[in-house]
Every structure is written in C-alpha cells, then in structure tokens.
Design a binder for this molecule. Structure first.
Ligand SMILES: [Zn+2]
Length: 402
C-alpha cells in the first residue's frame, strides 16, 4: 500500500463535524487527503496509521473570508479611528513605496500566522500580484481574488480587465477568484466585464460593499464628499448594479455591509449572497455596532474575515469570534463556528469540500487541547477560549504544530 493511499485514523475525545454536530469519542478516517468516514473512537481500520490526539477537539480548518495579506507590510504604520479617508490615503501612499518583495514577504508571514491559528483557507484580495506569488507555494489553501478597479474613469476600464483576462495558473493549493474592488471604484462597464469573466471561468467573486456613508450617498445620488474625486455616479444602488450584470447570487460575497438600506438584507438572503464581517477591522475604525441580528433575522449567511494588518491587530479568526461575541452577546457558539467555516466555504465556492469534517470533505482540520465535560463546552472553548491550537492539518498532512 503506498503512503498516499494508506489511510490515517485520527482519534480524539471530541470531533466537531460541523456547527451543529459535535461527537464525543470519535475517529476520522482520512484517505488521499479527504475524510473517508467518521467512526467511533475504538474503530479499527486495517493497515491504517494511527494518530491519537487524546483530550482534544478536532474541528474543520477555518476559512478567513476576507484578507489583504500583502498589507501586512504596513502593520503599525496606519492611523486608527474613524477618519477612513485619511487611512485610505496612508495605505495607498505606503503601499506604493513598498517593494514587491516586502509585500510578498508580508503575505507569506500573514499566511503562516493564519495557518498556525487554525485557518486553512484564506480569501485574499490581491492588488499588486505579490500575494498571489507568495500563496502559490504556501501550505495554506487560498482563493486569490484578483482586484480590478477603474475609479469610474472610462480610460482605465479596458486596462483593468486586461490585467485579469489571462487565467491565473492553478498552483499548489492556490485557486483563482476575482474582486471588483467596490461599487464606487468600479464602473458599471468594468463590473459587467468582470461578471462575464467570472461566469466563463466559474470564479468566486468578492466585493467591498456599503462600508461608509459617503460611498452609499455617492452611488445613489452623486452627492457627498466623493463627488469631487469620482466621475459620473451611476445613481443606482450597488445591489441593483450587481443584479443588472447577473452577479447578485451565490457566486459573490460582499464585505462589510455597514449601512444596508431597507430591504437589502432580505435581498441578499433571497439571492444566496454571503456577507463578510470583519470584527477587528470594524473596531479599528470605531464603527457603530454591526447589525448582525438584522442580517440573521433576514436569513443572510454571515462569514468572518480579518481584513488586513493595516486595520487589525492579528489574523487569528478565533480572536475575531471573541470580538464578535463581545459585541453581540446573543450569538451562540454554533453561530460563530458556522461563520468561520460553512459560510466562509460558501464564499470560497467550496461548500462541498471545506468547512465540515464529514465524508468526502477535505481533511483540513485543527487540533485544540480542551478539558471539556460536554460537546457544548468543547465548542465554547473553540469559539471563545484563548488556549492555542496545537496542530493544523491540510489535505491529510500536518502542516503546523508538534
Ligand atoms: Zn478589504
């Protein structure tokens, strides 16, 4: 039997197969990088290599649904607080000064930090090409969302599209996606072109949406502080534009959603759009309480992201869950765990491969030592505790810890 086909049986006191299913005393049978079966703790599999994690919880590797890893090169250099325009100016100036190798090194370091804290897949916005290069050879899975924008300047539209027309070669665990930056920085023509590419190549798409009052005002009326910086406003809501180009559906995830208009939450839910919230970044800009409850009542699937180290202190999704919980006491551990696994996997276009430990899913998981007396307390420790993850596996191989 070759080592690739030789099964591995990983045993642990607790296995979280998904947000609503935590088993006591179970084994994962892993073969060729996938979960073949979930069995009882004492199950035997002929010829298998045995790994006993003891008093620990095994849970699916988390999916960071929004990051800009290359901006780790700017950590500690950007302003904190509500002046978003000042923050954007600083980021643009500092990023222009950073070398490609500095940006790539930051992306690599960020990916390693994310992986060591239990994130096995990251949806990363790639603005300069540096992160894509860094992630091609990293153990973490990634969806490199190549950014396009033209600032509503028609002379930039074709060049923006040309940049992403050639597919990114799939490499290692890196996959390709597309990110029209935001409705106020992407013209309707560029959005239509990006939608066509995404459809043809079946790519996941991600877009920033409804982050500030200024962008919402300019989109809908052409007025406000952005009027002097941008060309002609489309005078339509972002969701109307996305609907018009055929992008308002499960293929797209929208990031932020700080200021939804009436009825927009329901519209996202009806179309199967994933909404990404970044609690650490939200706190960085001192934004008002995010309306998770309103989105949840409307039936919107919410994923969590870290955003970047230019507006956050860490790339650890367990910290994001703790921050979300502190701001939204009503959230149950199951809600938080769904956000960092199942919802993130949907945003990655990988709902049947990532985010759960069930037959057929990738054997991507974390190991957390826990002293728990119930499935509930094991899940609480995972979502709200601070004890570090001891091991991380991707595709049936240990890639961090021990
Ligand atoms: Zn972002």
């Amino acid at each position: 039997m070759t080592s690739a086909s030789r099964p591995i049986v990983v045993r642990a006191r607790w296995i979280a197969c998904g947000p609503e299913r935590v088993l006591e005393g179970a084994s994962l049978v892993v073969r060729a990088g996938r979960v073949e079966r979930v069995l009882g703790r004492r199950a035997r599999v002929a010829g298998a290599r045995e790994v006993d994690c003891g008093d620990a919880l095994l849970a699916a590797g988390m999916v960071n649904a929004h990051a800009h890893l290359e901006l780790g090169a700017l950590a500690g250099l950007t302003p904190r607080g509500p002046d978003f325009a000042a923050w954007v100016r600083t980021v643009i100036a500092l990023r222009a000064r950073a070398s490609r190798s500095e940006l790539a090194a930051a992306a690599r370091a960020g990916a390693t930090r994310a992986l060591s804290t239990g994130t096995t897949c990251v949806l990363d916005i790639d603005t300069t090409g540096a992160a894509s290069q860094a992630l091609a050879r990293h153990a973490i899975r990634s969806v490199v969302l190549r950014e396009v924008l033209d600032a509503h300047d028609p002379t930039r539209t074709l060049a923006a599209l040309a940049r992403v027309r050639r597919p990114l070669r799939s490499s290692g665990r890196r996959r390709e996606g597309l990110s029209p930056h935001a409705p106020f920085t992407v013209s309707p023509a560029l959005l239509a072109g990006a939608a066509k590419l995404a459809r043809e190549r079946e790519l996941p798409v991600q877009m920033h949406w409804s982050e500030t009052a200024a962008e919402v005002q300019w989109m809908e009326s052409g007025a406000g502080p952005l009027a002097a910086l941008l060309g002609e406003s489309p005078r339509r809501s972002a969701l109307d534009l996305l609907e018009h180009v055929g992008l308002l559906g499960p293929r797209i995830s929208l990031v932020h959603g700080n200021l939804p208009s009436r009825g927009e939450a329901r519209r996202l839910a009806q179309r199967g759009v994933t909404l990404v919230h970044c609690p650490g970044s939200h706190a960085w800009f001192e934004r008002q309480r995010w309306d998770w409850r309103g989105y949840a009542r409307a039936g919107v699937s919410v994923a969590l992201g870290t955003d970047s180290l230019a507006s956050n202190e860490d790339l650890d999704l367990r910290r994001e869950m703790r921050l979300a919980s502190a701001a939204q006491r009503w959230l149950a551990p199951e809600d938080l765990w769904r956000a960092v696994t199942v919802a993130g996997a949907a945003a990655a276009g990988a709902s049947t491969q990532l985010g759960r430990l069930e037959s057929g899913f990738s054997a991507d998981f974390l190991v957390l030592p826990v002293v728990a007396h119930s499935a509930r307390s094991a899940l609480e420790e995972l979502c709200l505790g601070t004890a570090p993850v001891s091991e991380v596996w991707v595709e049936g191989q240990r890639v961090a810890g021990r």
